[in-house]
Design a protein around this ligand. Structure first.
Ligand code: ATP
Ligand code: MG
Length: 581
């Protein structure tokens, strides 16, 4: 789906109780409705979210989570969280814990909690049944040989010399594989399907491999482990999953998914595929994200530059924004790449509604108001959120010495620069009109202090004589300011497609060397003194920021979530123009 037409349909606009017609539909939802109408599954809807616990969840997983939980929620069904833990060497409890935390954070609660490893006994029994039925055999070929024998898209495969082993021999060797008699990689159990099938997945796929590895849940109980294709559909079937939704790369695996279920005569779960989420400047692959963590290219899985749910949570993204985004992008049958700016648009849109406004100066320049009484403090009223009247007002101290942004003063202003400059009058937000009179410089000739005068009659920001100023700038009272560190993030990669590399290069060659800028000496208004970790604010005129867990009393640390400028709105307009809508 193109971003242009997607932004008009937001499935979250319709609540869980609204009639189905009011929700934007898609081919998956349509199939669910059809199955409900025909009574295919006795009116049941059971979905599952099946992450492999080999890394932290990322924004791509959020799409799958929203789909699975969203469908069950809409049609009175249930969703299981099932850990697809069939690769013991890559899986860890830490990942299991983080996945549960992230799913809850997104706003979902699963019905059943399970692990593919819960079903290892049953899968083993079913493998024995397939051997007994002449539908599976032990192969002694090496992985390399199996690959060679498999053939190609244009050439049929060749039968393994072990394909016609007797049932008894297969049962005996498979039993001994399970007992641990053979080394890793020496044998596999394969399904006996069709070595000439046009679908390579059907050319006697491997069901079990030997792996003498500790499993994070079953410990040393097993030394043979089922392959994804053998474990996944059967786990779905055991859980009576009606709609098993997965990404498009599994489309060619569907015949195999169905084959196992048919051969075993078990609950007929059905697999449906949708497009994988991809975003510009972003990598969504746990393997690659793990590389970034291991090589310390980032501070961890929750580095605010990471596209992981823990990273974007720390960055300040809200679960609502992510759900709205996932609802708006919908699903399709072809993979594409969405603009990162589109995701940021949803973050801004949500934060605009909920984030209290405060004043913060990132790169302070001292302003002295010469005619303001020494020692006087005015508490001026400031609106907490113009989008939300119930958020009320607060008072911000105003005094003789203030900080403004260095950017908001020019000694020699270029044309169309309307902020503070010598002789120019501007409004200090919620404060007074001030006029710059003179500057003080350091030995390098840089302006370090601007002397101004103020008009006491303009308190609150308006002149009784109705005279206008062309700009309003933010400020913080120097005597009351809180010191803070502010971390400004840019994209982690410099290329729109970070996978695009020159020959011989790794994807890490595309890392952005300036994806993090640390501002050590920002000045914040005093109301932020007790801001809790993860609290989100709009720093007026600058963007949205949130409190980082590194914050300590007296030493606040903020992350910039997203800047104010909505590049997405521009992109969207351009796209609308192009498509003529
Ligand atoms: P990765 O390559 O990042 O490890 P994966 O597909 O192997 O991705 P799983 O843990 O197996 O990750 O995925 C759990 C579920 O999330 C699967 O149903 C998968 O299809 C879905 N999923 C993973 N990545 C995306 C994505 N980018 N967009 C949509 N769904 C995704
Ligand atoms: Mg995977």
């Amino acid at each position: 789906m193109s971003p242009a037409n997607s932004s008009s349909s937001n499935s979250n606009d319709a609540g869980a109780n609204s009639p189905p017609e009011s929700r934007p539909s898609n081919f998956i939802r349509d199939q669910v409705i059809k199955d409900l109408e025909t009574g295919k599954y006795d009116g049941q809807v059971q979905t599952r979210f099946p992450p492999e616990p080999n890394g932290y969840l990322h924004i791509g997983h959020a799409k799958s989570i929203c789909l699975n939980f969203g469908l069950a929620d809409e049609f009175g069904g249930k969703t299981n969280l099932r850990f697809d833990d069939t690769n013991p060497e890559k899986e860890e409890q830490e990942y299991v814990d983080s996945i549960m935390k992230d799913v809850r954070w997104l706003g979902f609660q699963w019905d059943g909690l399970s692990y593919a490893s819960d079903y290892f006994d049953r899968l083993y029994e079913w493998a024995i049944k397939l051997i007994n039925d002449g539908k599976a055999y032990v192969d002694d070929l090496s992985a390399e040989e199996i690959r060679k024998y498999r053939g190609t898209l244009t050439e049929p495969g060749k039968d393994s010399p072990h394909r016609n082993r007797s049932k008894e021999e297969n049962l005996d060797i498979f039993e001994r594989m399970r007992k641990g008699e053979f080394p890793d990689g020496s044998r596999v159990l394969r399904a006996k399907i069709d070595m000439a099938s046009p679908n390579l997945n059907m050319r006697d796929p491997v069901m079990y491999r030997i792996l003498h590895a500790e499993h994070h849940r079953t410990g040393g109980n097993w030394c043979i482990y089922p392959m994804y294709d053998y474990a996944h559909g059967q786990s779905d079937s055991i859980e009576r999953v009606t709609h098993s939704i997965c990404t498009l790369e599994f489309e060619d695996h569907r015949p195999l998914y169905n084959w196992f279920i048919q051969q075993l005569g078990i609950f007929p779960s059905q697999q449906m595929e949708f497009d994988r989420l991809a975003l510009t400047y972003t990598l969504l692959s746990k393997r690659k994200l793990l590389t970034l963590v291991q090589e310390k290219r980032v501070t961890g899985w929750d580095d605010p530059r990471m596209p992981t749910l823990s990273g974007i949570r720390r960055r300040g993204y809200t679960p609502e924004a992510i759900r709205n985004f996932c609802g708006a992008i919908g699903v399709s049958k072809t993979n594409g790449t969405l603009e990162l700016a589109m995701l940021e648009h949803f973050v801004r849109e949500d934060l605009n509604k909920r984030a209290p406004r405060v004043m913060a100066v990132l790169r302070p320049l001292k302003v002295v108001i010469d005619n303001y009484p020494e020692g006087q403090v005015d508490e001026v009223d400031a609106i907490n959120n113009p989008e939300d009247e119930s958020a009320g007002k607060r008072q911000v101290p105003f005094s003789k010495i203030l900080y403004i942004e260095q950017d908001d003063f020019r000694e020699d202003p270029p044309k169309q620069y309307y902020r503070l400059s010598p002789g120019r009058e501007v409004r200090l937000r919620y404060g007074y009109f001030i006029t710059a009179r003179s500057v003080e410089k350091n030995d390098r000739g840089e302006v370090v202090e601007v002397h101004c005068t103020y008009d006491a009659a303009t308190r609150g920001g308006n002149a009784p004589d109705g005279r206008k100023v062309k700009s309003t700038i933010h400020w913080v009272s120097a005597a009351h300011a809180l010191d803070a560190e502010v971390r400004i993030y840019d994209t982690l990669f410099t290329k729109e497609d970070p996978n695009q590399v020159e020959e011989g290069q790794e994807f890490t060659a595309n890392l952005n060397p300036i994806s993090l800028e640390v501002i050590a000496q920002a000045k914040l208004e005093p109301s932020l003194a007790n801001a809790p970790i993860e609290a989100r604010y709009q720093f007026e005129r600058l963007g949205y920021f949130c409190v980082d867990p590194d914050s300590r009393p007296g030493r606040l640390v903020f992350n910039r979530t997203v800047a104010l400028k909505d590049t997405w709105a521009k992109v969207e307009k351009k796209i609308e123009k192009k498509s003529g809508s």
